[in-house]
Write a protein that binds this ligand. Structure first.
Ligand code: GUN
Ligand code: FE
Length: 448
């Protein structure tokens, strides 16, 4: 047997949208490379033999009655340099918030010693909160963006890391802009090719092409980045149709939607993450589906900045690829557990509406709520599927990216006499913070 170790205990995961699987004495076996060899139920013929084999080798971790094993969280949208900003200015409109707080802060990361103060804290914080796969925007500075990738490797977090591209002189602040489209494309390519020199990577960290959003990028830069995506088979991330302001900008300047512009630049592929995507047209949705791209829903940030709610119910029902993003610092919380609750809240506000002076029948969007299990599926399986990575669920051949959760010294209270397996999972999703995450593994390596 190629099995290196095993974990046995109460296992939860959500391979199917809106459903959950609970295995009360699940045995997960892991190989030398940190991949899952098998997920065994007590009724499987190999179960006892495998359990005894691991016990004899002293390679079995037995979870306690109070502990639960869950897949690690897959966060599709994080602005790493905005971590020191988290919690500031969330009462401003998006463009004022960016100009006043974000761009001056991101600019400071061109100084590597500044980046060294904050990136390790961020990566450790996300891991402690259960995020085993993180998708990061860094800044326009190539060196410190590479340092973020090294930091993920050092602390053992699976990550897609993007050097941000922004070259539009009119829209970007003069202190935080790339000198030309040509330079922007060159630096993006240098960033991508530098990954082959990162020490001890073992495929844990990969580059992702990252045009910030339409207002900050020239069409020439977008087109060059689209060519790089094809040349290097790279993932892509950006913001799409986030707010009234962003949507109107594209219409007024180009008479096109964001999705039309990205598509023409060759930026929509099977591993393209479109953050937000609030104001999509029917034709945009067709294009996204046809290209196999996906949406990173950032429910908390959208409440602050998007001016409207995402039609998540409809997108889930149309089988658009969907995952969740915490969107530091548009959302201030470094936790996808929080984002699950926020996604439900977001959909409930949309369903009920908000204007109490209107009659209930016309106040909201009927039947648009989503369930906590659907949100949790997005935070795990959905995110993994969108990234085309074998993560987010317990399945033979998938990476062993996992969390052990219990209810000691925390806000979580499990009541065995009162709670069904679904109740327990819903309480875990709602109440988990770093305080009740006891262990975190990425690729079979314990990182917390
Ligand atoms: N649009 C362009 N940049 C940003 C950013 O940093 N945060 C959010 N929420 N939206 C953006
Ligand atoms: Fe963002």
């Amino acid at each position: 047997m190629n099995i290196k170790k095993g974990v046995v205990g109460k296992v939860y995961h959500c391979p199917i949208k809106g459903e959950f699987e609970f295995i009360s004495n699940g045995l997960i076996t892991i190989d030398q490379q940190g991949k899952i060899c098998d997920v065994l139920h007590p009724s499987d013929p190999n179960y006892s033999k495998t359990l005894n084999f691991l016990k004899e080798k002293d390679s079995l971790q037995e979870l306690t009655e109070q502990q639960f094993l869950l897949p690690g969280m897959v966060d599709l949208h994080i602005h790493a340099p905005q971590w020191p900003q988290a919690g500031k200015g969330l009462d401003l409109p998006l463009n004022e918030w960016l100009d006043h707080y974000t761009f001056p802060l991101e600019h400071k990361f061109s100084d590597l010693s500044f980046a060294e103060q904050y990136y390790p804290h961020l990566v450790k914080t996300y891991l402690a909160n259960g995020t085993t796969t993180a998708t990061y925007f860094a800044t326009i500075d190539t060196s410190s963006s590479l340092y973020l990738a090294e930091t993920c490797i050092k602390y053992g977090q699976r990550a897609l890391v993007g050097k941000v591209s922004m070259d539009d002189k009119e829209m970007c602040p003069n202190y935080y802009v790339e000198e030309s489209a040509e330079h922007s494309i060159q630096e993006a390519e240098r960033f991508i090719t530098s990954f082959s020199q990162l020490a001890n990577n073992n495929n844990l960290v990969e580059p992702i092409i990252t045009p910030r959003f339409i207002p900050t990028c020239s069409l020439e830069a977008l087109k060059g980045l689209g060519d790089l995506a094809k040349k290097y088979q790279c993932a892509v991330q950006t913001h799409a149709s986030e707010s009234d302001w962003a949507r109107d900008f594209s219409q007024e300047k180009y008479n096109k939607t964001d999705i039309e512009i990205y598509n023409e630049a060759g930026l929509l592929g099977e591993r393209t993450i479109l953050a937000h995507s609030i104001f999509l047209t029917d034709s945009d949705i067709d294009t996204i589906k046809q290209k196999g791209s996906g949406i990173a829903h950032c429910p908390r940030s959208n409440i602050y900045f998007a001016n409207a709610a995402l039609p998540l119910r409809e997108y889930l029902d149309q089988d658009i690829q969907l995952g969740l993003g915490s969107d530091i610092a548009g959302g201030p919380f470094p936790s996808l557990f929080m984002a699950c609750s926020d996604a439900v809240l977001h959909s409930r506000a949309r369903e009920c509406g908000t204007n109490a002076s209107l009659p209930a029948e016309i106040r909201g969007q009927k039947n648009s709520r989503v369930s906590l299990l659907e949100a949790y599926w997005m935070a795990t399986t959905g995110g993994g599927q969108l990234l085309k990575l074998p993560v987010g669920q317990f399945k033979k051949g998938y990476c062993f990216d996992a969390l052990v959760i219990d209810d000691e010294d925390s806000n979580l209270l499990i009541c065995p006499d009162l709670d069904s397996p679904q109740d327990i999972l819903e309480k875990i999703i709602t109440h988990t913070t770093r305080n009740n995450i006891r262990q975190v593994w990425v690729d079979g390596n314990q990182v917390k």
